[in-house]
Structure formats: C-alpha cells, structure tokens
Design a protein around this ligand. Structure first.
Ligand code: GUN
Ligand code: FE
Length: 452
C-alpha cells in the first residue's frame, strides 16, 4: 500500500496509527511508518520493518523519522458535520425549551447580532480555535443570514488552517423574531454573492454550502431557488430535518402538498449526494429510503437531541438503510463543542434504545469512532480527501497522548492501542491532543494569524 510520490516527502512519523476503513471500524497499525508529502498528502503508510526500502523508494533520510512515544497514537481528525458557529456565545446555557420556542427565545435574537462584524469576529475566532483544540479538523458550519459575517467565518477558518464548509443561512419566513429574515429575492442574491466571493478568495480548505435553515423558515419559492443554485454550481447543501415532533407537524401544515418532510426537500432538488441534513430523529423508513436513493446523508447530533428533548435517533436503523451518517455537535442546541462529547452522547443514545428494547444492537465504540471520522467524511462527500489514513488523502490527524502528564486519564499500565483509544474516546479531552494536522500542516499548537 504505497505509491510513487508525486512530490517530495516533507516528514515521516513512526508509531501506532488507528483509523477506520469501509471494511473495518477500527484498524490498528502498530509500529507503522507514515510519510506526508510537501502537498500535505499521505505518500505512503507501511510497516516499521520496511524503513530501509521506503526511505529509498520515497527519498527521505531514516534519521529524519519522528518516533511516537509508547502512549501516543495518531488517529484521523474528527469531522463535525453540523455546528452553528454563530451560536457558540451561548453554548452551555438556554437548554430549557423545545426547539421552536428555543429558536424564537434564544437563537434568533443572538444570530441577529452578527450584522455587527466586530461581534462576529470575536465569536467566530473563539469557535474555530476551540474546535481545533478539541480535534475537529473539518467543521461544517452554519453562520447567520449575514453575508459579510459568513465570509468572515470562512476567512477565520482559513487563517487558523481548519477545513471548513461554511453556509450563509437562508430564511424568508420567521414569525418569532420578525426582523431576523430576508426576502426570497435577497436570500437568493446574497447566497450567490456569498458563493462567488468565498470562491474568489481561493481558500484551499474552505467551501461554501447552500444553507436553507429548515423548511419552516423558508417558502417553497426560496427552497426552489436554492435547489437550483446548488445544482447549477454543483455545491454542497445543508439543512435540518425531522428534529422534533412539533416541527414535523408544522412542516405538514406549511407544505400540505408534500408526502413527507423529506419529500419537501426532495421536491425542491435539495436532496443530492452532496446534501447533509441534521437530526432526522423522526424520519420514517420510507424517508430513509429516499435518503439512500438520492445519496443524501444525516448528521447525528445527540447532545442537542437530548438537551432540547427532541428525540433519539436510531443510528442502527439509519445504517441498516445504508444512509451515510456522520456526527455533529450542533452547538448551541448541543452544549459541547467537542466531538469527543458527540462520540459519548452517540453511545448513550444507542444505550437508551437498548434499555427500551434489549434486542437493540448497541453501537460499539469502534463503530462510533468510525462515525466521528470516516463516516463524517462520507456524510460531507469529502471521503476522497479526508476521513482516514489512505494513501493519497490529505493528512488530517490528531497526535494523541493517552497518558498526557496533566491530562484526565490515569493509566496504571500500558494497555495497548485499542484500550488506549477506548479510554481517550470515553475519558479524554484536549489535554490529550498534543498536535493537530490539517492537510499536512500543523495547526495545533495554534498559530495566531498575522495581520495583513
Ligand atoms: N432547526 C432550525 N434551526 C435550528 C438551529 O439553529 N438549531 C437546531 N438544533 N435546530 C434548528
Ligand atoms: Fe442545527
């Protein structure tokens, strides 16, 4: 499993690597060698005993190889498939109302503040820094309706070196906070401006996403226009679906001609193989079939689903329907901006289903590890670029020390990589994440961008 390098080797690590493949949820490579080329791509991954041969084939010096410590391993960077950057300021509060009331009471008033670019700069800088420290190498962000602030989020992600998908939020319907909306025409025009200006910046790791907030916030006319924009420009799409029962009922009333919530998006060409929909707790099997047929994916946001008492997604059933699925923090409906929390809450949600029905096949930590990494890359249609340590992909990785000196894990003895990963997923935090790489570049420790 090595190919001839297209560019020179920049660096080589030797030690334990853990990742997922389509076939195995957890593949452990002990005493492995991984080389990264000057373009940030994985040039080779081989065995330590092949050092001599690899160094000749790929033209690097064996003395330049960096050896990991015994309690260290590399894992793929985690992929947050759904996070509202604009809601980070009130994360950890305001979790006492169900979705629709929560939006009107807390969310819309805060999001309206992002017309102030100074406020946007403060919040967006903090959320990018925090998620990078937490090991999120790729984030799929919702911003707000404000185009310039949304562009600023793209700039900040680029400056800190995070891979990001950024959506300027579209909504032409809002009965709760009446001033926080656009006309359909404005929303369409500003979406086009957002896409054009973001693409013009040529940030290598940042992509625009067409972002209708969710069906209740949009008229059919706007949904149709956004579907057309996505199609004509071959763009990613993100939104929310079937998060809570009241919302599903509201969609039925607002779109009486549609057979289901999924059918609303499908009808407006918003379900494609580049679409990711958050939640989906209350989707029927027929709706999941439509997801599979269109190639659309789901983002599972268990902290949010618990915190707003929205529902419990049956991930096993989603996987049975062969629908692509990743994990999301859904800040601030979810109170934690850490994907490790999303991993834990995913396991909890699965266990709740097993408590209710002992026949339920509980997710394993290995499976949830895959959802947080490779699954996320598939859900965002980025799996030819990131998600695991396949040769040719970008090196998006976390250097984890399970026994970090001031960390939260007391390791009594060496347990081996599988147990070290399990301990990190269940007990670890940012103190265990020693380095973060995105596209081969070391982005943690953080480097503050230099003013231009
Ligand atoms: N549905 C529509 N908007 C939102 C939002 O901001 N957060 C969550 N959790 N669900 C939504
Ligand atoms: Fe959300």
């Amino acid at each position: 499993n090595s190919v001839r390098p297209s560019s020179a080797i920049a660096y080589v690590y030797r030690g334990t690597f853990v990742h997922s493949t389509q076939q195995t949820a957890l593949q452990i490579l002990e005493d492995a060698l991984l080389g990264v080329d000057t373009e940030g791509k994985i040039a080779f991954i081989g065995e330590g005993k092949e050092l001599e041969k690899l160094s000749q084939t790929f033209g690097f010096s064996t003395s330049e190889v960096t050896q990991l410590e015994q309690h260290e391993f590399f894992m793929p960077g985690m992929i947050d498939t759904h996070i509202h950057a604009s809601q980070y300021s009130y994360a950890g509060t305001a979790l006492d109302l169900p979705l629709l009331q929560w939006l009107n009471t807390y969310t819309f008033p805060v999001e309206s503040r992002f017309k102030d670019l100074e406020f946007a700069h403060r919040v967006y800088t903090q959320v990018v820094k925090r998620t990078l420290r937490n090991g999120t190498t790729t984030a799929c962000y919702f911003a707000t309706i404000h185009t310039d602030a949304s562009l600023l989020l793209g700039k900040i992600a680029n400056d800190f070196g995070q891979r990001a998908m950024v959506g300027k939020v579209c909504m032409d319907r809002n009965n709760g906070v009446k001033h926080y909306k656009e006309s359909a025409q404005e929303s369409q025009d500003e979406t086009c401006r957002f896409i054009k200006e973001l693409l013009n910046k040529k940030y290598p790791l940042v992509k625009p996403v067409v972002t209708p907030r969710f069906a209740p916030s949009c008229t059919g006319a706007l949904l149709g226009q956004l579907g057309a924009i996505a199609k004509n420009n071959n763009l990613h799409i993100q939104s929310h679906i079937s998060e809570n029962v009241e919302e599903v009922q509201l969609v039925k009333e607002l779109f009486p001609e549609s057979e289901s919530y999924t059918d609303v998006y499908h009808k407006y060409n918003l379900l494609t193989d580049k679409t990711v929909m958050a939640h989906g707790c209350h989707l029927t099997d027929e709706e999941l079939d439509l997801f599979r047929e269109t190639g659309a994916s789901l983002s599972h946001c268990p902290n949010s689903n618990f915190s707003l008492c929205s529902g419990v997604l049956n991930v096993r059933n989603v996987l049975k329907h062969k629908v692509k699925l990743g994990l999301g923090t859904d800040v601030a409906g979810g109170y934690s901006a850490s994907m490790l929390d999303a991993v834990r809450r995913t396991l909890d949600a699965s266990k709740v289903l097993t408590i209710q029905d002992p026949e339920h096949n509980t997710l394993t930590f290995e499976e949830v590890f895959r959802l947080a990494t490779l699954g996320g890359s598939q859900a965002l249609s980025l799996d030819d670029i990131t998600g695991n340590f396949e040769v040719g992909k970008d090196f998006d990785a976390l250097r984890v020390n399970v026994a970090a000196p001031d960390g939260p894990i007391d390791l009594i003895q060496y347990e081996g990589p599988k147990t070290h990963l399990e301990k990190f997923l269940n007990l670890g935090d940012d103190r265990n994440i020693m380095e973060v790489f995105v596209a081969g570049r070391k982005v943690l420790p953080l480097t503050e961008p230099t003013a231009e």
